[in-house]
Write a protein that binds this ligand. Structure first.
Ligand SMILES: [Zn+2]
Ligand SMILES: [Zn+2]
Length: 327
């Protein structure tokens, strides 16, 4: 067993604009959750961003889109963007806020958007070669809570209440089987045979079957133990800007359950819970409750109200009374 090599962290201080980064260098995937003030992020990283997941477009979650756009210009690139309506309008308006008359000299930059709109996914394309016009590509019925999936990871979502609809997200890195090269040599395995063996071992329904190497039969379990190891799955969830209602609570817990890390807002102290309710945010204790009920391993809080100044430690202290593994 081994842990996957994933880097994840908050973009800003806990009392500044929300947002996290997930870097998976081995796959060349660089993921942003929310795009508030991102001026702290290195421009080399911004150029590499491949995926952008936006909870909603209140300014503190979206003002950095311009910064990202600027860093993306000058190199052919496609950025996959995800979010909830009216995100397509918001992105379109941002892009139309500039004049694009020299685009024949610009490398092709495309923002592809998958937007949750009621019970439909709407797919849009904004292409610099088309002056970032808003092009509706297709509409699809929403069947489950998977927003994005490839061979290595998937992103689930939940629609949550913040007086407007916002999205909560879960990133799930899938467990992976890896072969041990030195051991393969012992079996004189090469080229295509290695691929076949890997496919055989990855499919657990082969458990009682055998695999033939150079005329000799080997049991699944034996080969798996001898020739491979597993990289564990890993789950990171990101929840912000939600009211603590029965419905939200249930949806959030269902989404984040068993996360290795939950990034969750904790905007107010418990004594200010009336204010939290009024502005549709969570308090320290509510964030702690969610982490506990969701059986997460570790909780990282952020979006702490500026009313407490830099003395946000009081919020963290309250969270820890409910959920000690909080940071
Ligand atoms: Zn908000
Ligand atoms: Zn916010």
């Amino acid at each position: 067993m081994a842990l996957p090599r994933i880097k994840h962290y908050l973009i800003n201080e806990k009392y500044e604009d929300p947002g996290i980064v997930i870097e998976i260098e081995s796959l060349g995937k660089y993921i942003l959750f929310d795009v508030g003030n991102i001026s702290r992020l290195d421009r080399h990283l911004l150029r590499k961003i491949t995926h952008l997941f936006i909870t909603h477009t209140h300014m503190d979650h979206f003002i950095g889109f311009d910064n990202l756009l600027r860093n993306k210009l000058g190199k052919p690139h496609t950025v996959d963007v995800f979010g909830i309506t009216p995100l397509s309008k918001n992105i379109y308006c941002k892009l139309q806020g500039y004049t694009w008359n020299l685009i024949e000299f610009e490398p092709q930059l495309i923002f592809k958007l998958k937007e949750v709109d009621g019970n439909k996914f709407k797919y849009y394309k904004f292409d610099i070669k088309n002056k970032f016009e808003k092009e509706l590509i297709k509409i699809e019925e929403i069947k489950d809570d998977i927003l994005y999936e490839d061979k290595f990871f998937r992103i689930r979502f939940a629609v949550l209440e913040h007086r407007i609809d916002v999205l909560g997200y879960s990133f799930e890195y899938k467990p992976r089987l890896k072969l041990i090269p030195e051991r393969l040599k012992e079996f004189n395995l090469e080229g295509k045979e290695i691929g076949r063996l890997k496919a055989f071992l990855e499919n657990e329904s082969n458990k009682d079957k055998s695999f033939v190497i150079n005329g000799k039969e080997y049991k699944y379990e034996h080969l798996k133990e001898r020739l491979s190891y597993t990289i564990d799955g890993y789950k990171i969830s990101y929840i912000t800007d939600v009211i603590y209602s029965e419905k939200n609570r249930e949806k959030i817990i269902n989404l984040v359950k068993n996360s290795d890390v939950l990034y969750c807002e904790a905007v107010f102290l418990d004594k200010d819970k009336e204010q939290a309710k009024k502005v549709y945010h969570l308090t320290s204790k509510q964030a702690g409750e969610i982490a506990k009920a969701g059986n997460v391993k570790k909780l990282i809080i952020f979006h702490i109200s500026r009313r407490y100044g830099k003395n946000y430690k009081a919020v963290l202290k309250e969270v820890r009374e409910i959920f000690p593994e909080a940071y």
